[in-house]
Design a protein around this ligand. Structure first.
Ligand code: AVI
Length: 322
């Protein structure tokens, strides 16, 4: 049983932590994995051999850059290439380089919540691709998308890579895609990555690496609560646990309490009790097939106009239109 008091909640993070840890079963949102340490851990995950997603998408972009960029350019006029959650832009640079080499008129508009990530991306892209015009936008996807709809006159191509959509449950993904659809004009495009259903063992290995990087990434949410909310989670008293349901295609991450324990979160004025083996659900990483992507598109008012996959069909990028 939790001790209930009425805390003063100072941020969305505090509100969601309070709500998630008071709930049964307990949950926390994976969006809070990402601070400076979490960003670095995610970079390390993307470099792990088990985390096949990055290489697959990299290979798709390399192999199909000619066709992909010609589709982006198909209407002939200049366009803005938006990227939602651009991160380090490593994969996108393959497309940027090719577009620039072909003298195609476009500007690159990376959108990220982290000003620091944008600074680094702009600095590296300016150095590597001096001919590409970059106009970064700092903000959340949805606020930014709304602004794009109001201000943008140029044709839009919107990138959403890395199977980031997989961190949303289907209803949230539909909601997200509807918002994307709402900013599109008839000639605009969306280019999005979706990790595919595959051998369940391979998926489990990608989210449960032997070196423990994914474990550290998952536990970073507890570290953040410790430092930002003056809490005393003992990370050694939780295990990282991954499950994958091949029927639904949903991989889920948990933190499981190894013993009965109480955790104090001072700034929430909260004591949280854990029974032995009680779990906190922290992330979903949805895997897809063509039928599900088709269904998501239909639910959101989008049409799939092209798709690209790696040689093993582990991962696909789809192009959508309104
Ligand atoms: C960012 N996102 C698509 C990653 C994923 O695959 O769900 C985050 C991640 N979680 C554990 N490993 C990587």
């Amino acid at each position: 049983m939790q001790e209930k008091t009425i805390p003063v909640l100072n941020s969305a993070f505090e509100e969601e932590v309070y709500e998630g840890l008071m709930a049964f079963p307990k949950y926390l949102s994976s969006k809070y994995f990402y601070d400076e340490i979490g960003d670095k851990l995610f970079q390390d995950i993307m470099a792990m051999p088990e985390y096949y997603l990055t290489n697959c998408e990299f290979n798709i972009l390399k192999k199909h850059k000619e066709l992909i960029t010609s589709i982006f350019h198909s209407e002939g006029d200049s366009f803005s290439l938006f990227e939602l959650g651009a991160g380090d832009g490593k994969k996108t640079k393959i497309l940027l380089e090719h577009l620039s080499k072909k003298n195609i008129a476009f500007d690159y508009r990376p959108i990220d919540i982290s000003q620091n990530a944008l600074h680094q991306l702009v600095a590296s892209a300016n150095k590597e691709l001096p001919n590409v015009e970059i106009n970064p936008i700092q903000g959340t996807y949805f606020d930014t998308l709304k602004n794009i709809a109001e201000e943008e006159e140029k044709r839009k191509v919107i990138l959403f890579l890395g199977s980031n959509i997989g961190n949303l449950l289907h209803p949230q993904a539909v909601d997200f895609l509807k918002k994307v659809c709402a900013v599109l004009n008839d000639e605009d495009l969306v280019f999005m990555g979706f990790d595919q259903k595959k051998n369940p063992q391979q998926i489990l290995d990608a989210y449960n690496d032997k070196a423990g990087i994914t474990e550290a990434f998952n536990k970073n949410i507890l570290t953040r609560i410790n430092t930002e909310m003056d809490a005393n989670f003992n990370l050694d008293k939780f295990i990282h646990w991954e499950v994958y349901d091949p029927e639904t295609g949903t991989a889920k991450s948990y933190l499981v309490s190894k013993e009965e324990q109480d955790v104090t979160i001072k700034s929430l004025d909260l004591k949280v009790h854990f029974d032995t083996w009680e779990s906190i659900h922290t992330e979903i990483s949805q895997k897809y097939d063509d039928k599900v992507v088709q269904w998501l598109a239909e639910q959101s008012g989008l049409k799939i106009t092209a798709q690209f996959s790696d040689d093993q069909n582990f991962y696909k990028n789809y192009i959508f239109k309104k």
